[in-house]
Every structure is written in C-alpha cells, then in structure tokens.
Design a protein around this ligand. Structure first.
Ligand SMILES: NC(=O)C1=CN([C@@H]2O[C@H](COP(=O)(O)OP(=O)(O)OC[C@H]3O[C@@H](n4cnc5c(N)ncnc54)[C@H](OP(=O)(O)O)[C@@H]3O)[C@@H](O)[C@H]2O)C=CC1
Ligand SMILES: CCCCCCCCCCCCCCCC(=O)[C@@H](N)CO
Length: 383
C-alpha cells in the first residue's frame, strides 16, 4: 500500500513539470538555430579595442573572415597587427564614425556582404544626470543607440540579399547589465542600452522571415581600455552598485558572446549574476530554448524576491552614502543648523565655518540641531 502511495505521489510531483516542459517545447519561438562563423564574414564595430578586439581575435582564430570598424585608424592598424601576430590572419579595417551614416554605408559597401554583424561600439561616461552636460547625454545616445541604427540600416540590404546562398545570418548588439537594470550614474548609458533591447526585440520579428537572427549581449564590468577611462570619473555609488556583479576579462566576455551568437540565443548573459539577471528580466523576450523557458517559468517568483533584495541593498547603500556625505559638515555656523531629514543621527560632529573649529550638535526638533557640550551628548548613539 505504502509503495503504491509513494508511486502516485512521485507521479504527481514529476508529471506537472514534464507536462510543462513538453508544452514549452511546442510553443517556444523563434525555433532554435545554429549560426556558423567559420569561413563567413564577421563584421565587428568597435573592433579596435576591448571587447570588440577580443571578439575579432576569437572570430579570426575560428576561421572567420573578419572586418573591424571604428574611428581611429591608428588603433585599427594596431589591432590588425596584433591579430596578424597572434593568429596569422589578416582582418579588414574600416575607419568610420558610426554617427555618420554615409561613412558607415561606404565602409559596408567596401567590406562586402556580411553574415554576422556585431554592433559593439559604445561609449560610457558615468555621472549623475544633474551634473552631466546634455551634450554628453546626446553623445552617449548618438554613439550607442543611433550609431547602432546607422550600422544596421547600412548592412541590412546586403545581408538580406545574400541570405539564400549563404545560410543563416546574425545581428548582435552589445548591451550591458546596465541595459537590464537601471544603475545610479548611468541615466544616459542605461537609456541607450535599454533602447537596444527594444530595437532588438522588434527587429527580430521583422527579420525572422529573412533567416536573420538577433542577439543581445549583456556583459558586467569588463576590463577594457574603455573601463579604465570610465573609472577615472565614476561616482562612488555607481562602482558600489555595479560591484553586485563580478568583473570579467574582455576575452571571457568575447567567448561567451561568440558562443551565444553561434547558438542563436536572443539573450546572452556573460557571468552567473548575468544569468540570474537575464532570467529575472526575461519579460516578453523571445526564447528559442524550451529548457531555458522552463527555468524562466519556474524561477520567476523566487527571482523577483532576489531582485527586491538587491534593490533593498542598493537603496541602503545610497542612503548610507547620503548620510556620510551630509553629516559632519554644517550648512551654517549659528546655533541652529538645518540638516537634511535623511541625516537621522541624533548627534553630529560638525565644522563651524566661522571659527574653523569642530562643534558637537544634538538634534532638537525635526531637522534642527543645536550645539551642546560634549557631556550633554555622551549618552547618545553615534556621537
Ligand atoms: N567595459 C565594460 O565594462 C563594459 C562594456 N560594455 C559595452 O561593450 C562595448 C565595448 O566596450 P569596451 O570594449 O569596454 O570599449 P572600449 O572603449 O575599449 O572600445 C570601444 C570601441 O568602440 C569604438 N568606438 C567608439 N566610438 C565610436 C564611434 N563613434 N564610431 C565608431 N567606433 C567607435 C572605439 O574605437 P575609436 O575610439 O577609435 O572609435 C573602440 O574600438 C560597448 O558597447 C560597451 O558599452 C558593456 C558592459 C560592460
Ligand atoms: C535577481 C538577480 C540579480 C542579479 C544581480 C544583479 C547585478 C547587477 C549589476 C549591474 C552591473 C552593471 C555594470 C555595467 C557595466 C558597464 O556597462 C559599464 N562598465 C560601462 O561600460
């Protein structure tokens, strides 16, 4: 009897997931696809540095015909030489600014029909929006988002025309984990990278009939010349929040990206935090793998809880940072001080600007503090 019961209970536990798996295997779209790169034309923008350069190296060593495009001809020459040195293969180089459609069009025409287009160029300057110049916001959106439109518009006609005799094509866009969740200091950057997602989701529907497959890559902080530059003037909070995801090397990101592109994945995470982030933000994105779809369905609830915990932690850091910034520096030097409300310390050590000496303050009512003697403050926390 017990054995029979056990049999039915395990059946009850196993059957629903199996049924779900079966159902998902029937409905996930688009259908799975493999995209080879050997002997095929891989065109990489921003291929002279960082992740793009690592992608060019890897694609060349896997036997692809590689073209790279970026602005500086010097950096392009340098990249070409480095790839020649390590793989013995010649890559084609094109100097153009992705913001200049005509220049991009000329490069694409010269390069010939593309099989795999990797739109990787990107600029990033982290700063609070209030501090950031509008010109810089425009620059980030222009290069990262409009530049990607220019590139795709220029390459698409040729890619479509040559599809029948050349097998499946791919357009991949280099987003960022900051394109899956908004991060302090990245208003412009996150907006540009979230924009790529909308572009990619819509474009995949438009191109599925042409055997062209779209991918979005979501790297975390990656060791590149671009990151070194970014770190020189990054708000501390941006670094704190972004460190929730581990940093990677450009080669590792390139490897994950290329694997993802070849297996036709729409969303390509790069590290373990990235996998969680991708499942948590799956939304209405296309999914080719019924196994991944299964994981997305089953993990949705628990990952929402994890996501809320991350937000709780991040807002905690922001609050703490504001307290540190605003507590300990007085606004005025009289008896009463106006201190922002989020500064909830009952007692503060502040600089009296008029005398240049430190003063001890104690909270009186609401946001007002008055100076007191050290003894009067002794009993209070955080004095
Ligand atoms: N490094 C990181 O932490 C992360 C990066 N990413 C994304 O990965 C991509 C590559 O980043 P990364 O390798 O770090 O960047 P790098 O700054 O190291 O390289 C950027 C590349 O893009 C080119 N480029 C920049 N602006 C233009 C332009 N207007 N027209 C044509 N080419 C241009 C650069 O060449 P040139 O200046 O000569 O034009 C260079 O080849 C970006 O899209 C970035 O947003 C995503 C997540 C994390
Ligand atoms: C529910 C589970 C959540 C999992 C963890 C989430 C971690 C999010 C971290 C985001 C990091 C963003 C880095 C952006 C890097 C970048 O693009 C810049 N270096 C500019 O190039």
């Amino acid at each position: 009897m017990a054995v029979v019961n056990l049999f039915y209970i395990s059946l009850l536990l196993i059957l629903p997931p199996l049924f779900l798996l079966f159902l998902l295997s029937l409905i996930v779209r688009p259908r799975p696809v493999q995209i080879p790169i050997k002997k095929r034309h891989v065109f990489i923008t921003g291929g002279s540095s960082g992740i793009g350069l690592a992608l060019a190296h890897q694609a060349a060593s896997e036997g692809a015909h590689v073209s790279i495009l970026s602005r500086s001809i010097d950096k392009l020459e340098e990249a070409k030489n480095a790839i020649k040195l390590s793989t013995g293969i010649d890559v084609a180089i094109f100097a153009a600014d992705v913001r200049d459609f005509e220049a991009v069009q000329r490069a694409v025409d010269e390069a010939g029909p593309i099989d795999v287009l990797i739109v990787n160029q990107g600029v990033f300057v982290a700063q609070e929006l209030e501090e950031q110049k509008l010109d810089e916001v425009r620059f980030i959106i222009d290069v990262n988002l409009m530049g990607s439109f220019n590139m795709i518009k220029a390459a698409l006609p040729g890619m479509k025309r040559s599809r029948k005799d050349r097998g499946p094509g791919s357009i991949s866009l280099m987003s960022s984990q900051a394109g899956q969740v908004g991060i302090y200091g990245y208003t412009a950057y996150s907006a540009s990278k979230f924009g790529l997602r909308g572009l990619a989701e819509a474009l995949q529907q438009e191109l599925i009939g042409d055997n062209i497959h779209v991918s979005l890559v979501f790297p975390p902080d990656t060791e590149t010349p671009g990151l070194v530059e970014e770190n020189k003037r990054k708000p501390q909070l941006t670094s704190i929040i972004a460190s929730s995801s581990g940093a990677m090397k450009a080669d590792e990101v390139a490897k994950k990206a290329l694997e993802g592109i070849k297996s036709g994945s729409f969303i390509i995470p790069c590290n373990s935090e990235g996998i969680l982030l991708s499942i948590a933000t799956a939304g209405l994105s296309p999914q080719r793998s019924y196994l991944m779809a299964f994981v997305e369905v089953v993990a949705a609830g628990i990952l929402r809880i994890a996501a809320l915990c991350f937000q709780w932690n991040w807002y905690g850091s922001i609050e703490k940072w504001h307290k540190q910034k605003n507590c300990g520096v007085s606004r005025q030097s009289n008896l009463f001080f106006s201190i922002p409300l989020f500064c909830d310390a009952p007692c503060l050590n502040v600089m009296d600007k008029s005398s240049g000496t430190w003063k001890l303050l104690v909270r009186e009512t609401g946001r007002h503090f008055s100076d007191v003697s050290w003894n009067a403050c002794q009993g209070l926390r955080s004095c």
